[in-house]
Design a protein around this ligand. Structure first.
Ligand code: FMN
Length: 547
């Protein structure tokens, strides 16, 4: 049959022309404050309107109704779809890790990232890593047991596996604990090369699914700050390490074979200038470099599954988080700012110091591990003398062959201003400590006076972190608190908002506010790029009260 065309638009009433917009509850926005308010409604479609003769000729319509191109009303030039914080990162990240948000609360050593922090993040459908670094194996195992019990029905939580070059047995013991319990995610950090402990964690439990894909028993994240280290984690486990582990019976022949075709880690966190150990690189330099490495490695090995690159370091404001996603980060990870959360294991007095820090109140200071090599960590400078005092110890260590060679006035200064005790007292305490932990250190110190001096100086570096954690009132000026400039940026952002009150500062509220603000900032930027005159003064999103 021939189509009946009698229903077409009547002659004389053409419906050509761009669609028009009819407001709902909100009128169209044209001025700075109106645009800022409308742009915050990120979960609504945003219509870019052409209104000749009005301001710049461009306006913004949120909500309302779009009709055919006849009748009155501003015409719609383009429409931006809703923008949810959930969608800022890589969708395969949220899917793979069974989370709603592409956001991680990073591990913080000595249990500062507590089991409570990890549990809160998991229940809020994000990810958190327990800070196992610097803890004895029995304390790590207690924490792992607690997490495995409390989060038995979830896979969105994990524990840090910190590289321990000085005491390899510690790294091995931690790996053994993580393998003994159902830990679904492990973050390997501080590695320069791939060790057998990392490979065991990645390879144990690999199996082939009926469709041919390789199924992992747990997933490895790697935190890195150099492309060449990232490349090792993106590659399959080294054949020599696989052979050694198989020969030792620590992995099966089948696991070794499957491991040869998949990357060790599919989630690589690029850590720019951060609290604690850091190479101090800017995110804008490092992230694209590691993304390029990823592209080369994926092409070289022809992987079927993606490798995601996430961002950490310096993320303390919504703008910084939005910038990380704009750079292409699959997910973001925060550290310093979570130290002032209600769930943090850091002491009240130390948190108060952190909460008053500005962006420049940080310094690089000697690290307790690898002190002799001159390794440094980024710490809080405001309210504590740790950076200056530990720096004086390192200078003395470099300049003198032994404690005895430090002359009277210099020695008196160190004893009075740094230790608050004599060298002899500190040596006595140090001796007791190593007697219990590793008497070999004392043997070496007995014929190597420089090593004896290092052990005495390291007493201060080790104790200063513990004094902060304990909130020791007589040692406030010696607190060693790891912290990056993100802390000061966060403090500026939350000033005068509900997040300035420690009682409101849960790790989840911090995360949700950073993500919400990042979505608003992203929308501002989209609209600005479309030509709307977005108000510069109102660009920074404010923290929102929980509903
Ligand atoms: N990263 C680790 O991989 N292992 C750790 O044990 C560890 N401890 C940390 C302790 C503190 C107090 C802080 C502030 C950071 C620590 N980090 C550790 C780094 C964080 O997990 C995170 O990568 C980093 O803090 C992100 O940078 P930001 O501080 O600028 O947010």
């Amino acid at each position: 049959a021939r189509p009946d065309i009698r229903g077409a638009a009547p002659v004389g009433r053409p419906s050509y022309g761009p669609p028009t917009w009819q407001p709902g509850t909100q009128p169209a926005a044209f001025t700075g404050p109106e645009l800022a308010a409308a742009a915050r409604l990120v979960r609504e479609p945003a219509h870019l309107l052409s209104v000749p003769g009005r301001g710049t000729g461009l306006g913004l319509g949120v909500g309302g109704r779009i009709g055919p191109g006849r009748g009155s009303g501003p015409t719609v030039v383009a429409t931006l779809p809703p923008l949810y914080p959930e969608w800022l990162g890589d969708r395969s990240f949220t899917e793979t890790h069974q989370v709603r948000f592409p956001y991680i609360a990073g591990e913080m050593a000595t249990g500062i990232a507590t089991t409570g922090l990890v549990t809160a993040m998991a229940r809020a459908q994000m990810l958190g890593f327990f800070g196992s670094g610097g803890l004895a194996p029995d304390r790590i195992e207690d924490a792992v047991r607690t997490l495995a019990r409390d989060l038995a029905d979830r896979s969105n939580w994990g524990v840090n596996l910190l590289h321990s070059p000085g005491i390899p047995a510690l790294e091995e013991a931690t790996a053994a604990i993580l393998l003994r319990h159902p830990v679904p995610r492990i973050c390997a950090s501080a590695f320069m090369t791939i060790t057998p402990a990392v490979v065991r964690c990645a390879v144990d439990g690999l199996r082939r699914a009926p469709d041919g894909t390789v199924v992992r028993a747990r997933r490895i994240f790697a935190k890195i700050s150099r492309p060449e280290v990232a490349e090792q984690f993106m590659s399959p486990a080294p054949a020599a390490v696989l052979r050694t582990l198989a020969a030792r019976g620590e992995i099966t022949a089948e696991e070794a074979e499957l491991a040869a075709g998949i990357p060790i880690a599919q989630d690589i966190t690029v850590e720019a200038d951060s609290g604690g150990h850091t190479d101090g690189r800017p995110l804008g330099v490092l992230l694209p470099a590691v993304q390029a490495t990823r592209d080369q490695v994926v092409a070289r090995f022809g992987y079927r599954e993606p490798i995601r690159v996430g961002a950490a370091g310096g993320l303390g404001t919504p703008q910084a988080v939005a910038a990380a996603f704009a750079l292409g980060a699959a997910y973001v990870l925060t550290g310093s700012v979570n130290q002032v959360s209600a769930e943090s294991g850091q002491s009240g007095p130390a948190q108060a110091m952190l909460a008053s820090a500005g962006i420049a109140d940080v310094a690089m200071a000697p690290a307790a591990d690898m002190f002799e090599l001159g390794a440094k960590v980024q710490v809080l400078r405001r309210g504590t003398m740790y950076a200056a005092r530990a720096g004086a110890l390192y200078d003395a260590y470099r300049q003198h062959p032994s404690l005895e060679a430090i002359d009277g006035p210099a020695r008196a200064r160190l004893e009075r201003d740094v230790f608050g005790a004599t060298f002899d007292d500190v040596w006595a305490r140090t001796r007791d400590y190593w007697q219990q932990r590793d008497p070999g250190q004392l043997d070496r110190a007995s014929h190597d006076p420089k090593h004896r001096m290092a052990l005495v100086f390291r007493w201060y570096l080790g104790s200063s972190g513990r004094w902060a954690l304990a909130g020791a009132t007589d040692r406030r000026a010696d607190y060693q608190i790891w912290c990056g400039p993100a802390m000061g940026a966060f403090n500026d952002w939350v000033r005068g908002s509900h997040l300035a009150d420690p009682a409101n500062r849960s790790v989840v509220q911090i995360a949700l506010n950073l993500l919400e603000g990042a979505a608003v900032h992203t929308r501002f930027q989209q609209l600005r790029a479309c030509g709307l005159p977005m108000p510069v003064a109102r660009f920074a999103p404010r923290p929102l009260e929980p509903r």
